[in-house]
Design a protein around this ligand. Structure first.
Ligand code: ADP
Length: 627
């Protein structure tokens, strides 16, 4: 019979497996057992839904069978089995091959990391075996099929005899070499150990015949050997165990295997509750946000178990969007197995559980913030954006949950601070929380508007993410303190005396300001004398609800309508440039007009905005230089 070829990526992975110097060869057993367990889960779930199938939970088991002489190891299950097509489709290609992004052709080391990262399931069998046979009969099917492969050259599929439904994976264990002792994978002690180590919580018995010896009946010193079938695993799922019985290592291993992460989780949250809702939850915060976390492709959700049987791979209703980074599972006896996705959405019990989980996650984060600041900052760098979106979304409905979890960069502390910390440090007469926006801390630091506040010793929050200002506007205030954008809002920092002087100055320069506004020809709504500038001659501010930063963000979105902030050009009356303007007024109006445009362009540049006509701007400067 002609051999079929593996798909390209599968072939590469196979090569890797066969030639791997991977030290954890033993994981092949974990992978095959976990496939067997999944297959039983599927069938068990189906029988529970279909009602009377004659199958009961006690009928299900996974068996390990050995023939040491023939170097054969068999992993057998009585799960759902596979049809011919399924054999072809599931074993001919790698299920999640999309995530296997092979970078370097030759670098063995990198390849090995890939194995560690993803867990490659079935293919790992080729690490210990040079001929793998899979015999399977789908539940309810009449015929069985045999898939066979000796590795990279390809595989064959043919009909075969098999009495019961389910699958058996038959491994011909590789011969021992000088470096490699493959025989260990046929030894009782070693196999027992591997099962205990990786598959202890598998919920179906993993059975193996074990040779034992005993005194012969009636004899005092003569022994005889006999075989006894042992169950190798304790079958208690990790999440049902007592927290005190579980080591950090076990949690980490569980997480990494189950969620295919090569890094340990940053945080483990294990909680059990009884009462209005009885459930066990085992939640993890990944120590790095997945690549697609901030894209539409990312799907939030927790695995949902009903009394130990998985009923949904990703249940989105268990997590609010702002905690979508949490992974894990919930097991509850209060949920019906027959529940459909649609019904689940309206399930009262599920809502209660989701509410509890939200509270739990929040309190864990708060305690991390209080007790492990560095860890929290690391967490925030990963997921802070999501929390800030959370404040903004749904019209600020969740701001109370989230406001104390936010961090912003502080001008005076030079690090991330909470709103609570900011308010706790506020001066006695300080009424507002001040913030400034820009693309980076360095850029904001240079904004002319920051000078005045620094001079007065006022702390500012530097907002560098697009969503920041939107989130603060949604909060409206914190602890009764308003938020004020130092570039646009009325800061109310002047003394009575300063206010008087300002009023007079405006009166005196009314005409000049009017002239400048006209000179700018509709580019600004107003030209005013600034209360916020110290050493710089000009800056831009805005009137109305949309700041310059918001204009940038909103216009970057793919919407038809563009918004425009109402710009105000602020001039520093105490700057020498202002004297020049006054002197020109009424004498050389052409020049004054040109200067107005120059100043406006400068203000745009400082805000990180584009000059409307860069060539004209450059020409004007050249003219000045020539003068
Ligand atoms: P994964 O388990 O990560 O999906 P595998 O390569 O281990 O990847 O398995 C590929 C697919 O083959 C599985 O998703 C499953 O559909 C099928 N499969 C593997 N082993 C069994 C088995 N013992 N019984 C039924 N189906 C199986």
């Amino acid at each position: 019979m002609a051999l079929k070829q593996f798909k390209a990526e599968s072939k590469r992975l196979l090569d890797l497996m066969i030639n791997s110097i991977y030290t954890h060869r033993e994981i092949f057993l974990r992978e095959l057992i976990s496939n067997a367990s999944d297959a039983i889960d599927k069938l068990y779930y189906r029988t529970l839904q279909d009602g009377d199938t004659g199958l009961s939970r006690d009928d299900f088991a996974i068996e390990i069978v050995r023939d040491e002489k023939e170097r054969i190891l068999i992993i057998r299950d009585n799960g759902c089995g596979m049809t011919k097509d399924e054999l072809e489709n599931n074993l001919g290609v790698i299920a999640k091959s999309g995530s296997l992004n092979f970078k370097s052709e030759n670098e063995q080391k990198e390849d090995i990391d890939i194995i560690g990262q993803f867990g490659v399931g079935f293919y790992s069998a080729f690490m210990v075996s040079d001929c793998v046979t899979v015999r399977s009969r789908a539940y309810g099917a009449e015929e069985a099929y045999e898939w066979k492969s000796k590795g990279a050259e390809g595989y064959s599929i043919a009909a075969c005899e098999k009495a019961d439904h389910g699958t058996e994976v038959i491994l011909k264990i590789k011969p021992d070499t000088e470096e490699e002792h493959y025989s260990e994978f046929l030894e009782t002690y070693r196999l027992k150990n591997i099962v205990k180590k990786y598959s202890d919580y598998i919920r179906y018995p993993i059975k193996m015949d074990v040779e034992k010896s005993r005194l012969k009946e009636g004899s005092k010193d003569e022994y005889e050997t006999y075989t006894e079938t042992e169950v190798l695993n304790s079958m208690v799922p990790l999440w049902r165990k007592n927290r005190s019985e579980i080591t950090e290592e076990e949690y980490n291993q569980f997480y990494q295997e189950k969620f295919h992460d090569y890094q340990k989780p940053q945080k483990v949250i294990h909680s059990s509750t009884e009462g209005t809702a009885t459930y066990n939850a085992l939640l993890f915060i990944p120590s790095k946000a997945p690549m697609d976390f901030y894209t539409r492709d990312y799907e939030k959700g927790l695995q949902l178990y009903s009394n130990g049987v998985m009923i949904m791979e990703k249940c989105p209703d268990l997590l609010p969007d702002y905690f979508s980074f949490v992974r894990g599972l919930v097991d509850s006896q209060d949920l019906s197995l027959n529940i459909s996705r649609e019904m689940l959405q309206h399930d009262r019990q599920l809502k209660i559980i989701a509410g509890r989980l939200e509270k739990k996650i929040k309190s864990e984060l708060e305690s991390m913030l209080q007790n492990e600041r560095e860890e929290y900052e690391k967490f925030f760098r990963n997921y802070g954006l999501q929390l800030k979106y959370g404040v903004y979304m749904d019209y600020g409905m969740h701001r109370d949950v989230l406001q104390d979890l936010l961090l912003f960069y502080s001008s005076s502390e030079k690090k991330l601070v909470t709103l609570k910390e900011y308010v706790g440090r506020m001066k006695e007469d300080q009424k507002a929380i001040y913030y400034a926006c820009g693309e980076s801390v360095e850029r904001i630091e240079q904004l002319p508007q920051t000078e005045l506040l620094k001079d007065k010793g006022l702390e500012m929050l530097y907002l560098t993410d697009n969503v920041d200002e939107f989130a603060l506007r949604m909060l409206m205030n914190y602890d009764g303190k308003e938020f004020k954008n130092i570039s646009t809002d009325d800061l109310g920092l002047e003394t009575e005396e300063e206010k008087e002087t300002a009023k007079k100055q405006v009166e005196e320069n009314k005409e000049l300001l009017g002239f400048l506004k006209d000179a700018l020809d509709g580019k600004v709504k107003e030209v005013v004398l600034s209360q916020r500038l110290k050493s710089h001659p000009v800056c831009l501010s805005t009137e109305g609800g949309i700041s310059l930063e918001m204009e940038k963000v909103l216009n970057a979105m793919p919407t038809e309508e563009k918004v425009k902030a109402q710009r105000v050009l602020e001039i520093n009356a105490n700057h020498p440039v202002f004297q020049t303007l006054t002197a020109l007024h009424g004498k050389d109006d052409e020049k004054l007009k040109a200067y107005a445009n120059l100043l406006y362009s400068q203000a745009l540049l400082m805000e990180g905005l584009q000059v409307e006509d860069p060539v004209a701007f450059s020409n004007q400067i050249c003219e000045l230089m020539v003068e």
